[in-house]
Design a protein around this ligand. Structure first.
Ligand code: PLP
Length: 436
């Protein structure tokens, strides 16, 4: 996969989206084939044994690796400018694996509080049950405030490039500086920005994760995730913090990942150990669908950004709208940060509130015709969700505010239809809901 990194430097993002990952040889299928096989045949049992011991590379069982998945992972690694990547069954699995690959019971993680609700629950409840403690910090915390959250047993700092649903922009350089000062990697969930609009490794992030379910797939057909390693974090320099990577793994006959695999250590460990034991592989069929999505990612992101900008400007000028959070608006709190990290634009997601009650927000959504109410975000079709009534409905208004979700927040995921049609739909739904 390091070869792909070199290619990524030579080739543009668009070329990488279309052609990365799968390079057929003479007579091979032009389109990435779906290797729908759980298992792979070998001539001798000795060779199979060498594969099991990681002494030789090759496929033996799809729970660990599959050629279709690997081609798509290589494309994503190239897009992010990383050295290696792996696909997971979902974005949840990607974030879980990214952390537990380097943290275990007794360890601690510092995490921005402005993250997807599912990740918030994974880190704040489930990982705590596993003995991994998590401290949530304000996404706009100063360096000193971030520093104060660190402990000797802290193993990672985590944040989202663009937070779901609040659309906060992560100051990646600041977070990377603090993480590195404490000898730990910065893990960034880059789902909303995608590598088309932001490449967190260029700003100091060490590991990138994705819910590929979102823009990467782009058509709402396949749940999936990805983890990408920049290859930049020096695990050996902090060997005492990361014994899982820097000391022998008895479940692999005493193999030490950093010594055996160098820059490939982190992803190899996650594949060989976590996939082996926990088995959250993406299906080859889903990887194939993901690859189709990736082939147009660069074009779709351009259209999402252009449409969302037009919609955000319309919302901002609308007297029935209480507030709009879209980093592309010059008045937005995160505009300068977004310009720095995402000069070509952020994504298609807009958070806004109507002047009115929770009921009015619901009425507005019920009257939308083009935009669908779905528990999804970031695909080609415009969709909408009211977190207070849906994903976060168990929380009171006060609890919602603490989780960074305003009770009136409507999450609008602007698709790639014609912007005028999207705006007309919002307009008619708002007028009907507010009795105008
Ligand atoms: N990360 C972000 C930013 C998300 O928005 C989501 C889902 O919405 C996830 C992770 C979880 O991904 P998945 O639904 O693929 O498990």
């Amino acid at each position: 996969m390091s070869e792909n990194k070199a290619e990524a430097r030579r080739r543009g993002v668009g070329t990488e989206c279309v052609q990365g990952g799968w390079t057929p040889r003479n007579g091979e299928p032009r389109v990435l084939p779906i290797i729908q096989s759980t298992t792979f045949k070998y001539e001798t049992s000795e060779q199979m044994a060498r594969l099991f011991d990681l002494e030789e590379s090759g496929y033996f069982y799809t729970r660990l690796q599959n050629p279709t998945n690997d081609a798509v992972a290589a494309k994503i690694a190239a897009l992010e400018g990383g050295v290696a990547a792996m696909l997971t069954s979902s974005g949840q699995a990607a974030n879980f694996f990214a952390v537990i690959n380097i943290a275990g019971a007794g360890d601690h993680v510092v995490c921005s509080s402005a993250i997807y609700g599912g990740t918030f629950n994974l880190f704040g409840v489930t990982m705590k049950r596993f003995g991994i403690d998590v401290t949530f910090v304000d996404p706009d915390a100063t360096e000193a405030e971030l520093e104060a959250a660190f402990r000797p047993e802290t193993k990672a700092l985590f944040g989202e490039t663009l937070s779901n649903p609040g659309m906060n922009v992560l100051d990646i350089e600041k977070f990377a500086r603090v993480a590195h000062a404490h000898g730990v990697p910065l893990i960034v969930d880059n789902t909303f920005a995608t590598p088309v609009n932001c490449r967190p490794f260029e700003w100091g992030a060490d590991i990138v994760t994705h819910s590929t379910t979102k823009y990467m797939d782009g058509h709402a057909t396949a749940v999936g995730g990805a983890i990408v390693d920049s290859g930049n974090f020096d695990w050996e320099a902090h060997a005492d913090k990361f014994p899982g990577l820097t000391t022998p793994d008895e479940s692999y006959h005493g193999l030490t990942y950093t010594k055996a695999f160098g820059k490939g250590a982190y992803i190899t460990k996650a594949t060989a150990q976590l996939m082996r034991d926990l088995g959250s592989i993406q299906s080859p069929m889903n990887a194939f669908l993901l690859n189709l999505g990736l082939e147009t990612l660069h074009l779709r992101m351009r259209q999402h950004v252009a449409n969302a900008q037009a919609v955000a400007e319309w919302l901002e000028a609308n007297p029935d709208v209480a507030w709009v959070n879209y980093p592309g608006l010059p008045a937005n709190k995160y505009h300068a940060l977004a310009q720095k990290y995402m000069p070509q634009g952020t994504c298609g997601v807009i958070a806004f509130g109507l002047k009115g009650s929770r009921d009015d927000a619901q009425k507005f959504m019920d009257n939308l015709k083009l935009a669908a109410i779905v528990t999804h975000v970031a695909d080609a079709r415009t969709c909408v969700l009211h977190p207070a009534s849906h994903t976060h409905r168990q929380l009171s208004d006060q609890q919602l505010r603490e989780a960074g979700v305003a009770p009136d927040l409507i999450r609008l995921s602007v698709g790639i239809e014609d912007a005028d049609d999207i705006i007309n739909d919002l307009d008619q739904a708002m007028k009907t809901a507010l009795g105008k």
